[in-house]
Design a protein. Structure first.
Lengths: 163, 151
């Protein structure tokens, strides 16, 4: 058994292998389908409130340092210290340089299925910080996307599931 | 002393993601590729355990087995002698959690144990073996070759 505590370091090895094979994107889609088991119905039926409840549990179980902010029509997931990338970096095997990309990779299609729009800002692929803004209203999401693209040092680090 | 200190909350649903990943890699890239990734995980991630085994020191391996199965509330029996470690898992926490989630354990689920253990032992005097007796019940054995006695 790979302990739950060490899953991330196994995941990291899988990413290295798949990156060499050009197979990361397809794998993210598979993980997204798997994650539907845990949260799609909740997100579909209860939208941002459901997402807030799901991530509140995840933040606790995964020992995240950050904040969940639920505003009217907007959920902000601010990650100040991502435990996942932190473990991948604290690792004798070394971190996959694309490690961070799995998060937007699996969440974007799942949120889209739930009718939610996501703007995702990575703070660098070796920095365990990121921020997500999630909306039910596509117009608000598009406005946030333009705002973050304009403000970001590296616009390539701003991702979305708008298209 | 463990290289990776883990004392906080547990997210057991990672067993589900591991299960999906085992199937995905085996189905798309073959079982040999899956074994290679798992063995590399054992070899590289658990470098600290492996390097101690090379020197004849099994202390971190023993602590690893005991701590992480205890943390996941597994049922197990650990028997240690100078040249042999026998770790009988009576109820595997990963398989128990997969069943709780309603997931069918991958046919490759026990490779995570056999290949990671083999990776930890690679290049050391120790050899590992896993005998699966029934679902969730296995005996993991680590045995030191007498010819490699470091004393």
């Amino acid at each position: 058994m790979i302990p739950s505590d060490h899953f991330v370091r196994f995941y990291n090895e899988v990413f290295k292998f798949l990156d060499e094979q050009g197979g990361l994107e397809a794998y993210y889609r598979e993980i997204s389908l798997h994650q539907e088991l845990h949260c799609l119905e909740l997100f579909r039926s209860r939208k941002l409130q459901g997402m807030y409840e799901y991530y509140r549990k995840i933040y606790k179980e995964e020992n995240c340092q950050g904040e969940l902010i639920l505003n009217e029509g907007e959920l902000i997931l601010r990650m100040d210290r991502c435990p996942s990338l932190t473990k991948a970096l604290d690792n004798d095997a070394g971190a996959c340089r694309k490690y961070c990309l799995h998060c937007p990779g699996w969440t974007a299609p799942l949120y889209r299925k739930a009718g939610l729009y996501q703007i995702y800002e990575l703070m660098g692929l070796d920095n365990p910080q990121c921020c997500e803004w999630i909306y039910e209203d596509k117009v608000r999401a598009e406005a946030k996307y333009r705002e973050r693209k304009a403000a970001a040092k590296d616009p390539a680090m701003i991702l979305s599931n708008l298209t | 002393m463990l290289r990776y200190q883990e004392n906080n909350e547990l997210h057991r649903d990672f067993h589900g993601t591991t299960n999906t990943t085992l199937n995905y890699i085996a189905d798309h890239y073959g079982v040999d590729a899956l074994k290679m990734i798992l063995r590399k995980t054992g070899h590289d991630v658990y470098k600290s355990i492996r390097e101690k085994l090379e020197k004849g020191d099994a202390s971190e391996l023993i602590e690893h087995l005991n701590w992480f199965f205890y943390r996941e509330r597994g049922k197990y029996q650990l028997t240690v002698s100078e040249d042999e470690i026998v770790f009988e898992v009576l109820e595997c926490p990963a398989i128990r959690h997969l069943r709780k989630l309603g997931l069918e354990p991958s046919q490759h689920v026990c490779l995570q144990t056999s290949e990671v253990n083999a990776g930890m032992c690679e290049g050391t005097p120790w050899h590992s073996e896993v005998k699966v007796l029934e679902e969730g019940h296995c005996i993991q054995t680590f045995r030191k070759e007498p010819s490699h006695d470091t004393k």
